[in-house]
Ligand binder design. Sequence first.
Ligand SMILES: NC(=O)c1ccc[n+]([C@@H]2O[C@H](COP(=O)([O-])OP(=O)(O)OC[C@H]3O[C@@H](n4cnc5c(N)ncnc54)[C@H](O)[C@@H]3O)[C@@H](O)[C@H]2O)c1
Length: 303
Amino acid sequence: MVLEDRVAVVTGAARGIGREIALLLARHGARVVVNDYGGSEAGAGTAAAPADAVVGEIKAAGGQAVANYDSVASMAGGKSIVDTAVTAFGRIDIVVNNAGILRDRMIFNMTEEEWDAVIDTHLKGSFAVTRAAAPLMREQKWGRFINMTSTSGLVGNVGQANYAAAKLGIVGLTRVTALDMARYNVTANCISPFAWTRMIGTIPTQTEAQKARVEKIKKMSPAHIAPLAAFLCSDDAREVSGQVFGVRGKEIMLFGHHRPLMRIHHAEGWTLERLADVFPGTMQQHLIPLETSGQYFNYDPLV
Ligand SMILES: NC(=O)c1ccc[n+]([C@@H]2O[C@H](COP(=O)([O-])OP(=O)(O)OC[C@H]3O[C@@H](n4cnc5c(N)ncnc54)[C@H](O)[C@@H]3O)[C@@H](O)[C@H]2O)c1
């Protein structure tokens, strides 16, 4: 089996995309730590039963798994999750940073608590588990990080400033993890998924555009995300690092990266007046439209 002898941590693996990735990695031979604190969509409460259920499913299919119920959102939590892998299975090879919550609110109403909860879960949580696993991967000279980003950050979405900031932050975290770990045979990549899960069910559907976006997502199963994650964990993907992929039903995308689209130069240096004069005929023509993910990905998914 392709992932025989590999040990994987999948955070937020009790539901949705994380659950599918945990099940598929186990099916390909990996021993899996199913991490999930079992909280509500917005991050309230804790429960062991959701993670235990996925461990049960993996074992029933002949695989090996243990549960961990820590929150990813602290350094101690990240360390405990990685320690669970080392204690149960002796090593850590793969980290899938997938745990997530939403606290949508327009920027002019968003509270500090809503900002912190989302940044702590997604951005700090991805760092916390990565930071705990990276020294062990560096020592063994093999490792895989897969971090979940979102087109809410890559493209944009109304009412998701906290989430978009966290998800684009994760792209930066992933790029630099890939650079820092390159010489140790450790890769780091992002997946930007589209799938109907509990989390997406929390997106407000007040406007027609929001309703249309959610109806499209309802057609997409989280199971479509797992094969790309499993491939990125394999030896075949050893030279794939620092990349951002998208999965939308049966469609897999490779995203571009931020590079200058055009450059303008003025021999005497720029002033406000010179810019006001030159901008309309140059950069103005190349501005990226201000649009939401739903407006950009406006075609029916290939399901
Ligand atoms: N579903 C989509 O269309 C979509 C789009 C873009 C990005 N994503 C990303 O994919 C990932 C998975 O989302 P999903 O749609 O499967 O959501 P989901 O709600 O079905 O699953 C997320 C899981 O994470 C767990 N979790 C939340 N906070 C945690 C914490 N602090 N510690 C441990 N576990 C925690 C939850 O209990 C839940 O089981 C998230 O990172 C999300 O941002 C999803």
